[in-house]
Design a protein. Sequence first.
Length: 370
Amino acid sequence: MKRINSLLFSLMLLGLLFSCSKASLSYTQNGNWVSRAIFAGVPMGYGTSFTIGDSAYVGTGLNPNTPNTKLATVFRYVPDPIPTSTPTGYDSAFGGWKQMADYGGGGRMKAVGFGVGGFGYLGTGTADGITPLSDFWKYDPAANSWTRVADIGTPSKKYPRFDAVSMSFSNSAFVLTGTDASNYFGDVWEYDPSADSWTQRPDMPGSKRSQAVTWVYNGIGYLVTGYTPGSQWQVGNACYDFWKFDPTQTGNKGWARLRDIYNTNSDTHDDAYTNIIRYRAVGFVIKGQTTGDKAYITTGSNGTPNTYTWEYDFATDQWTEKTPYEGASREGAIGFTVQNRGFITTGISGTAAYDDCREFFPGQIYNQYD
């Protein structure tokens, strides 16, 4: 009898270990969000970020509680080395947040930022929640100062907007899509920092939209999700068409459509694509994983703020659901990749704003105590 019980126990233990193997993990245990030093500014949403080297810069945004204050503050974030714990303050050896010079264009939200050539750029957005802006400013990290550069558009006509997105490459950057509160855009503008000028490129062929997510990976830009008021490629005004962009190509030759992020195909690969579509989400890219290079989107809204996190595989053009963001549901957060690590911070849900900051480890099992 003791021998039988021992055998049963061994089998049960083996089954338990097998059931906890990575291959059989529920998506809720597929990736781990680790808390980092909280954002040093006031809790806010609809802010903007750009990266320069090994640092991220986060600023502007909406403080919904004082009341509806549009912010001009900017903070630099340097991640602490893994696995060192994050100190509460900023230290050049370990990382954290440090306040930098206020944004030169004044308080605003829903702006767009990018880094190119060792400088940061931030512009557009809205200061009153209604009127779109077209100004752009350049940030010099060595001088910790802002200088106004060319407005988006041509010398004779500006193209103001908010809720646009950007793609940054080695020698130029692109700002595209967005809204002016009356119209939704699919236009594409290339900024040349050496000439301080904008050139209009052909419109993207997908849905005109605002509040999308972009990544740049190996010299190719990707545009996914977003809000559209009317398109054949949307569900509940959330876009499901997905595009990549090669800036070296001329005309619309640079755009290629990828697989939809909704169950629109008779194949089985998208049968579980139930909650990828959204707007006001954020994303980042992490390279060099054992499973390959991947991109991620998380948070955002499709009528209700959420925490759903999805992983995109560049090699297969397919998505896998991961552990949801561990903070509160939100939209208008900020996501960035710095030092090949993915971070999420700030965000808003109704009148609640947040200042938590978390790093995502896609290969780890979820740990609720991190």
